[in-house]
Design a protein around this ligand. Structure first.
Ligand SMILES: Nc1nc2c(c(=O)[nH]1)N[C@H]1C(S)=C(S)[C@@H](COP(=O)(O)O)O[C@H]1N2
Ligand SMILES: [Mo]
Length: 412
């Protein structure tokens, strides 16, 4: 069975007539040694590592936001999500120049002759097409999401999630299919002795190619430095979003920590959320469902035990900014309502619609002494844009789950 499959996949497909072999398809059309196997493998290894870290941290973010029953995300350390999401954004950004360099290194293969020597070669080439398309799509949609520009008609989060699976699957197929070349490319150090498992003449040929690369128009060092500088520049251009000392060089970053009402950026304004009237209405109530349901005015909440915590808003878009929050512990409210302190609850906003009007608080966060229904930020009543009169603030949670203009809490 496998033998016959091998025969089918390895069968020789008819080559197109040689007369069609023109332009870039000519023999020796790409003489530059920068297109070498070694270069492709080295850049590929970095790119593969960036993709893998980006994929895993993306999955964490997805699981945190839409947790299946087996997934428990802790309330501490409070900065953990900031680190995983920071890695997601940084590896995604660094992958952009790496992908461009990698594509430039291997693009002569587009003009391989014959275009498909066998069915297995054809499948492998199609898988690379999927990889390039999915990889490019992920990096570009991630980038414009950071820039908060949504020029498409589909829902970013779902598409970015599913394309992530396609991209990492294509990476796995590609690495599997190219294993021999990758091993060879990474093992080569420029001396024939270092090339394990190759016939001497093959090794000599590869070494000559490497040597040409060292002395070529663009030297190996220049190439490595240029690639590194490109990846570094893109990363720096965004890093100021979370790390204020870099804010001045972060030309691409749409958010600066410390800039906004009460020194905190605003993601969605009260105006756009449609809560400018309901949020300031004296009829405002916070309801907590439970055996002993509560219906509290803002004054009732101000009369309860107040606690102060230092916690950041860590947006999935890659910015993070700290604040000093004061308010009522969620767990205290649950207890008042006759519920266990670690009850899983939903927190609902006054906002009439939109994706982020409700969030779920899992047991580790519900019971955390750091989780507040905050009434104040930096010692003043919340700005309307930061969620006045009441917003949720909890440790180690994506910003998108820090619901503003909260009006109802109920067991989930
Ligand atoms: N009701 C409501 N709450 C919300 C949002 C929203 O659109 N509606 N945006 C969320 C997102 S994506 C983030 S990053 C934080 C930002 O909080 P801030 O605007 O106070 O900085 O609020 C969250 N809370
Ligand atoms: Mo966000």
């Amino acid at each position: 069975m496998t033998a016959s499959l091998d025969r089918v996949l390895g069968a020789r497909l008819p080559a197109p007539p040689d007369g069609l072999r023109r332009g870039p398809f000519r023999r020796g059309a790409f003489a530059s040694p920068l297109h070498s196997e070694r270069r492709a493998s080295r850049v590929g290894a970095w790119l593969g590592a960036a993709f893998l870290v980006c994929f895993l941290t993306g999955m964490i973010s997805h699981l945190v936001q839409d947790a299946p029953s087996w997934f428990v995300w802790p309330a501490r350390p409070v900065w953990l999500y900031g680190v995983t999401q920071g890695l997601h954004v940084v590896t995604g950004l660094a992958a952009i120049p790496l992908l461009l360099v990698k594509l430039w290194t291997v693009y002569p293969k587009l003009f391989e002759w014959p275009p498909a020597g066998s069915p297995s070669r054809l499948i492998s080439r199609i898988s690379i097409l999927v990889l390039v398309a999915a990889g490019t799509f992920q990096l570009l949609t991630g980038l414009v999401n950071i820039a908060q520009w949504y020029p498409w008609g589909f829902f970013f989060t779902d598409t970015h999630y599913w394309t992530g699976w396609i991209a990492i699957g294509a990476v796995a197929v590609h690495v599997g299919a190219k294993a021999p070349e990758i091993r060879r490319g990474l093992a080569r150090r420029g001396s024939p002795g270092a090339v394990a498992g190759l016939a001497p003449e093959q090794a000599a040929e590869l070494t000559a190619e490497d040597e040409a690369a060292e002395h070529g128009a663009v030297s190996r060092r220049t190439f490595v430095l240029a690639t590194g500088a490109g990846a570094g520049a893109v990363t720096l251009a965004m890093a100021g979003q979370t790390f204020s000392p870099l804010a001045d060089v972060s030309l691409l970053a749409p958010r600066h920590p410390g800039v906004g009402p009460q020194d905190l950026p605003v993601r969605q304004t009260a105006e756009r959320a449609g809560v400018t009237e309901t949020a300031v209405d004296p009829a405002y109530r916070l309801t907590v469902a439970g055996p002993n349901p509560l219906e509290l005015t803002l004054a009732d909440l101000q009369g309860m035990a107040q606690h102060t915590v230092e916690l950041p808003i860590t947006c999935v878009e890659g910015w993070s900014a700290g604040g000093t929050w004061t308010g009522v512990r969620l767990a205290d409210l649950l207890e008042e309502a006759g519920l266990p302190r670690d009850t899983q609850v939903t927190v609902e906003s006054l906002q009439p619609g939109g994706l982020y009007r409700v969030s779920t608080v899992a047991p580790p966060h519900a019971s955390s002494p750091l989780t507040l229904l905050a009434l104040q930020l930096q010692g003043e009543p919340l700005d309307l844009d930061h969620g006045y009169p009441v917003r949720l603030i909890a440790p180690n949670r994506p910003g998108v789950m820090q619901t503003k203009w909260v009006t109802a809490v109920a067991p989930a």
